[in-house]
Ligand binder design. Sequence first.
Ligand SMILES: Cc1cc2nc3c(=O)[nH]c(=O)nc-3n(C[C@H](O)[C@H](O)[C@H](O)COP(=O)(O)OP(=O)(O)OC[C@H]3O[C@@H](n4cnc5c(N)ncnc54)[C@H](O)[C@@H]3O)c2cc1C
Ligand SMILES: NC(=O)c1ccc[n+]([C@@H]2O[C@H](COP(=O)([O-])OP(=O)(O)OC[C@H]3O[C@@H](n4cnc5c(N)ncnc54)[C@H](OP(=O)(O)O)[C@@H]3O)[C@@H](O)[C@H]2O)c1
Length: 588
Amino acid sequence: MPYRVLDQPHSQRRKWRIICVGAGASGLYLAYRVEQRMKDTELVIYEKNSDVGGTWLENTYPGCACDVPAHIYTYSFRPNPKFTSYYAGNEEIEEYFKDFEEEFNLRRFIQFQSTVVKAEWKDDEGIYEVEIRDAQGNIKKDWCNALINCSGVLNNWKWPDIPGRTSFKGDMVHTAAWDKKVKPAGKKVAIIGIGSSGIQVLPQMQKIASSVKVFLRSPVWITPQLGGLGAESDSPVPDDKPIITDILLRGQQPFKFTPEEVSMFKQDPELLLTLRRCMEVVICSSLDAFRVGSPKQILVQQLVQKQMEEKLGDNEELKKAIIPKFPVGCRRPTPGAGFLEALVADNVTPVYAPIDCFTETGIKTKDGVNHEFDVIVCATGFNIGFVPFFDLKGRGGISMREAWSEQACCYLGIAAPGYPNYFTPLGPRGPWGNGTVLVALELNIDYFITMMIKMQTQDIKACEPSLKATNEFSQHADEWHMGSVWNQNCRSWYKRGGENSKPYLWCGTTPSYLKTQSTIRFEDFDYEYLHGNRQEFSPATFNPDLLTYFRFAYIGNGLVGADYLPMKEKLDKLVPYLRLSDTPWEIE
Ligand SMILES: Cc1cc2nc3c(=O)[nH]c(=O)nc-3n(C[C@H](O)[C@H](O)[C@H](O)COP(=O)(O)OP(=O)(O)OC[C@H]3O[C@@H](n4cnc5c(N)ncnc54)[C@H](O)[C@@H]3O)c2cc1C
Ligand SMILES: NC(=O)c1ccc[n+]([C@@H]2O[C@H](COP(=O)([O-])OP(=O)(O)OC[C@H]3O[C@@H](n4cnc5c(N)ncnc54)[C@H](OP(=O)(O)O)[C@@H]3O)[C@@H](O)[C@H]2O)c1
């Protein structure tokens, strides 16, 4: 095909259609930013639930709270002076996201009770065809130029793989799908699992149940809260703000703010900002603690071990079962205020024998004992694949679940070779081990928006990270993790549930992650243009050197969009570079 100049102005924007899966913190932020930054764009968010909030809508088990200081578990630009606790409970966090949705009326982008079940890339059209199941089970079809997967890494909760689950005649409930109709007060309760959810739910059950048995399969480090300032720690707090030091010191334990403190946060946004920055600095300065054998890691390990041993007293059997051999932090740290105290309470019994099966009346363990219960709480976590739970098919019809069965092949945790125009926030290699993830998802989504505007205005039909760049990034991250506690021998969802696979975490601090995400390496992507010659894609014969694309066709006929405006409007739009001071400008 000979080259032809297109008769269109420079960077003519084409209509763009985005489908987003999920309306949690990520999906809501996407809607907010798309409306703010993109033009000629349709966005539809399909959400399987009946409301927004994701994690915080679904996880309503007693004791559910964030385990980083709530004031840094907000969007970076939108503080929440209303939080009543240092580590706010799920209801206040859910309310925060609902307020955000309401203020910007983001609901108009969302179709509720709509589960995305399949998305398949269509090479010819440069689109994804998407299938959505509604509440009645009907399947409808939709399409998009770009698919943004905000369906959450910790969203697909799982029952334990223990036989006989449906034979139990009492109430069985999962922490991530709590049923308020279940009333454990005065009852015989079982808790299976002592991850972050299990350790938060036990102290609440201990207070109200007649008896609780906790089934311990693996040891776990119970750490102090992560967002407080130790008395001897190097402090980031400015000398003239002793009130902040006081708050951070109290943050070693969960506590409620006084009404005076809440009104101070409302009246003094600068003070709240300094507090938030101090909280973040404390958390972001702890990377050394995650390097095996570093003085800080050794110190933290000794401290946590000492605290656990003190709280467990002379209960040697319990100490042996629960204090891990792997380093602190290998699994996600579990700051469990009140957990160990509850575990040694009179009405609580730890069970060490492995579970054999569920029975009609409770749980049978492999030592032959039948344990009877009224209520069984499964705090057994989530299916984690770092792969969407809908069927995602990329180039050549290749399913991501199959392609990634051995290893996730993901560029910077946000995009994947073979899956054009597909982006996901907080994917594999996200900063899950570092603290709060909200600011990370903001930067991810800002990145996607920049890429989508580029595609929309530069006649790019498809773009995806190259396999070479992806592999080189993996090489760097894998090498970095050779010395990290996350790479040690423990079973962890960071490793997709395996013990010896690699940790799919960022290789550094949150600021290092943010710095990487905020500078797009366009050279790491392969682009396919709307205009030019192309060959049929086949994994066996594909040769990118044979492609001839007209990558500069978007420059068009020599005019810009503003040339088509009436003369008077051209003052602002055609020649904005002539100006009074050094302010940003853009030609329409
Ligand atoms: C109990 C709990 C406590 C946590 N505490 C913290 C914390 O303290 N600090 C921290 O940084 N992080 C915490 N996290 C991690 C938390 O998941 C993230 O901080 C954040 O909420 C992720 O937001 P998201 O929008 O990406 O995903 P989610 O909140 O998981 O939202 C995903 C949304 O996608 C929807 N969805 C999924 N699949 C489909 C589909 N196929 N079709 C349509 N819709 C779909 C879901 O219904 C959901 O609404 C916690 C997680 C859990 C489970
Ligand atoms: N406040 C918070 O910030 C908060 C609260 C909750 C969750 N979260 C997030 O969500 C993540 C997941 O937490 P989670 O506690 O829900 O899940 P989790 O950390 O994966 O813990 C699941 C627990 O269930 C046990 N388990 C699973 N199947 C079992 C079986 N068949 N028999 C016996 N025990 C079984 C596991 O034992 P094994 O260890 O042996 O597998 C583990 O103790 C956290 O790491 C965190 O990121 C955060």
